[in-house]
Design a protein around this ligand. Structure first.
Ligand SMILES: [Zn+2]
Length: 412
């Protein structure tokens, strides 16, 4: 049983138990009441009462009966995706992606637009149009959307919720969150893109069964996010996992961050475009890269080998310092190229590894691919509700409470 799922039979913990039961249904559903009780260590009547309430509130639904069991087959319970919807809004250098996602993590509609250097006002209008187009594509009323997540390609100022250090001057310090809240009419949560992608993998991807992992996100640059004990670890400044600025080459290539020789300048899509001379607008560059990958172009494989050499020490630092179960690789790069990089980096890691280790992190291709950060954005409004932190009852403060409309819809 996953440790973080354990509920409590303490009478003061009703709200927490509801979240634990909901997570058991989300992770293991379709699932019977008895199985929920077994996995959460809650009493069967407690589970049964909570499930009955969830059914009355339409948060979960019945999806048939278990077969093969002795005695009366048990009713199976699953999350009701139609109970609530969120928007995932991902802004990056070169492209904007939006998703309309249901509570069960199913993408109901998506929109994507190549961009070059839009200012804040243009960006907000573009996102609003993309959201409208998603509603035109999917039969979901805007009134049923309970919140949105917005991800940005760089650190977020925790006080102003604006981008703190971006190469896009038009976005730096701009009140994108506030403007989008007004236009879309829902609360908007903000996060750096890579940690959000990790959250998406944890909630709806293969990370559901991996409580401790690192997520490497190849967007325009290269970022990272960290999930420990099933929860995001952000660090004091929200920079935890910034693998792109791992010092890879002493006095190496100048980096946008002001330092030199950062990994991002050797092992990111931006470095790839620069090293292989793939110029032109973002859409054209992506198209050329897709062709090179499909053709198994030797120049691309050579670059991947060099990038893997730069990546290996950073990954070994993660392995040795964090001892995580898995490292996921996601983002925009073609899946075949990500697989090549994983294969190329493995021998380099093995040559650096401490001897005698029984287990080391499994290197895995992430679930969401290019949608990773947008999916992560979409889970921001519901992550705390769906993935309970065992310390929640001890550290609950107004600041950590999810937006009121979200909480009231799910009655958690
Ligand atoms: Zn840097």
């Amino acid at each position: 049983m996953a440790r973080e799922l354990a509920g409590t039979n303490n009478g003061h913990a009703r709200r927490f138990n509801r979240r634990v039961v909901l997570e058991a249904i989300r992770v293991f559903g379709p699932i019977s009441r008895a199985e929920i009780a077994r996995r959460t260590a809650l009493m069967f009547p407690t589970v049964s009462n909570i499930v009955t309430e969830f059914l009355e509130q339409d948060i979960v639904r019945t999806v048939g009966r278990a077969t093969g069991a002795r005695g009366q087959p048990a009713t199976l319970i699953a999350l009701n995706g139609d109970a609530a919807f969120t928007y995932g809004l991902h802004l990056d250098r070169g492209q904007i992606r939006t998703l309309l996602v249901d509570l069960a993590g199913k993408v109901r509609a998506r929109a994507m637009q190549w961009v070059e250097t839009p200012d804040a006002a243009e960006t907000v209008s573009m996102v609003e149009d993309m959201v409208l187009s998603m509603h035109a594509d999917a039969p979901v009323s805007p009134g049923r959307v309970i919140g949105a997540g917005l991800t940005l390609p760089g650190p977020v100022d925790p006080e102003t919720q604006t981008s703190a250090a971006l190469p896009y001057p038009g976005w730096r310090g701009a009140p994108l969150r506030d403007e989008l809240q007004k236009r879309l009419g829902v609360p908007v949560s903000v996060e750096r893109d890579a940690p959000a992608a990790a959250l998406g993998e944890r909630l709806h991807g293969d990370g559901r069964s991996v409580p401790d992992f690192f997520y490497v996100n190849f967007t325009y640059g290269i970022g990272g996010g960290l999930i420990l004990g099933g929860q995001p670890y952000r660090g004091v400044n929200g920079y935890a996992g910034e693998i792109g600025h791992y010092p890879s080459v002493r006095d190496g290539r100048p980096c946008l961050c002001g330092a030199r020789g950062c990994l991002e300048n050797y092992a990111s899509p931006a470095a790839l475009f620069s090293d292989l001379g793939i110029a032109g607008p973002p859409a054209e560059a992506a198209r050329r890269l897709a062709h090179m990958s499909a053709d198994r172009d030797p120049r691309l494989l050579k670059w991947a080998g060099e990038a893997a050499e730069h990546l290996a020490p950073a990954l070994m630092a993660i392995e040795n310092m964090l001892d995580v179960e898995a490292i996921f690789f996601g983002g925009y790069l073609p899946k075949a190229l990500v697989c090549d990089m994983i294969d190329l980096v493995k021998p380099a890691l093995q040559s650096m590894r401490m001897s005698g280790k029984k287990r080391h992190p499994e290197l895995r291709v992430a679930t969401s691919g290019a949608d990773a950060a947008a999916m992560g954005a979409a889970v921001l409004p519901v992550f705390e509700l769906l993935a309970p932190d065992p310390n929640l009852m001890l550290k609950r403060t107004e600041n950590s409470a999810p937006a009121e409309p979200v909480r009231s819809v799910l009655q958690l």
